[in-house]
Write a protein that binds this ligand. Structure first.
Ligand SMILES: Nc1nc2c(c(=O)[nH]1)N[C@H]1C(S)=C(S)[C@@H](COP(=O)(O)O)O[C@H]1N2
Ligand SMILES: [Mo]
Length: 247
């Protein structure tokens, strides 16, 4: 397939250290939003039927979106990153993908953006409505090109809770869902530290604990075995929370 070859060639140039990001073909396609590869995958996975989480008017936004779980990352690296406004934060995309890549914050901000006002429901019994902005994960995966063996996407985080790494995962259907975004803004401002600065997942059809904060790495895998305790997430491993936490 011609397009696929373009993307592979462009991504290789990028990985080789091409300094002008805009010159790489795959990145241009992404920024244009012109690529349709992910729409084909949508059809293959979902039979064309996509249910959307409710979206709200901006007037419904909660005055304060509380933080829960980790409210910062207790490392020197994170403190240094925060001190420079997360200008050099990077998101790695790897695992079972044809084009592993490392995205800068500028690249993440230059992708097509989606903004959505949604309600976050935490199992601990609170909800909040917020406006989230960021690129669709489908758009990023379109560039990375998960291989045929990739069944899940694992979200790795910078923080630990009680000494264990926080992480989460979802299936390819949710990964490619239009409301699944890598958010860098809450209510039009850079993501606050308590809410996962500088990058957090929004997985709108599922409960709060799935929405991994402080994202460092997105990994495509065939199986969740061998990742954490194998149940697909920090709370799934520890407290028996459901892996598919549909609302
Ligand atoms: N990395 C990381 N992500 C996380 C958590 C965490 O402790 N660490 N807590 C989860 C839980 S239980 C909830 S309800 C939400 C809270 O998001 P908020 O802090 O923006 O309110 O983040 C989720 N994602
Ligand atoms: Mo939660």
């Amino acid at each position: 397939m011609k397009r696929r070859n373009f993307l592979v060639a462009g991504a290789s140039a990028f990985l080789a250290g091409c300094s002008k990001i805009g010159d790489t073909l795959w990145f241009e396609k992404l920024v244009d939003g012109a690529e349709s590869w992910h729409r084909g995958l949508h059809r293959a996975l979902g039979g064309g039927r996509i249910t959307m989480a409710p979206e709200y008017d901006r007037s419904a936004i909660s005055p304060f979106f509380r933080g829960n779980g980790s409210q910062t990352v207790d490392t020197e690296d994170y403190a240094a990153a925060e001190a420079e406004g997360f200008a050099n934060w990077e998101l790695t995309v790897d695992g079972l993908v044809a084009n592993p890549m490392v995205l800068s914050m500028d690249q993440i901000r230059s992708l097509p953006q989606r903004t959505q006002v949604t309600r976050h429901d935490c199992v601990e019994g609170w909800s909040a409505i917020g406006e989230w902005t960021g690129p669709q994960l489908s758009n990023i995966l379109e560039a990375a090109q998960p291989t045929g063996e990739a069944n899940f996407i694992v979200f790795h985080c910078a923080d630990t809770l009680s000494g264990s790494d926080y992480y989460e995962s979802c299936d390819m259907d949710d990964a490619m869902h239009p409301q699944t975004i890598i958010a860098h803004q809450l209510n039009g401002e850079a993501l606050p530290v308590r809410n996962g600065a500088p990058l957090r997942l929004r997985l709108e059809r599922q409960l709060g604990y799935k929405h991994a904060k402080y994202l460092t790495r997105i990994e495509a895998v065939a199986s969740l075995d061998g990742i954490g305790d194998g149940y697909g997430g920090y709370w799934e491993d520890r407290a028996g929370y459901q892996w598919y936490a549909g609302i």
